[in-house]
Ligand binder design. Sequence first.
Ligand SMILES: [Zn+2]
Length: 137
Amino acid sequence: MTIEFYLPRIESMKNLHPELYAQQLMHFFQEELTWEQVSELSSANLIKLMISLRDAIKINQSSIDILKLTQAIQYSRSGLGLCVMTPYTCAFCGKEEIWSSSAVPLICTSCASEMATNIATHYPNFYKEEPITKKEV
Ligand SMILES: [Zn+2]
């Protein structure tokens, strides 16, 4: 793959989502590069920019709220416990965090957030087509 492959894709995403494009430039290069500077990037950097912009667009278009899903992941791993601040070690990355209950989730906020982001980016379509019944309960 060459620059002729990446640049037109980046450009069309840039035109449709200028704010997300600007965010990705700031994220990777800490500044808003001109289009000329972008077109002179190495193909490795163009790939990074293209993929992260594509993912940012997917996340933006997803109906999933990353923060709420992060909390759902952590709360689904905890349960009923004593209401006391409790330190725990994340089973995924080994980081120490504090939970507000003695029933700890064993997954830290950043690992849960990464999981939520991956779900929103790659598996956003897990909702039912239609509810089984529309009757009010
Ligand atoms: Zn972790």
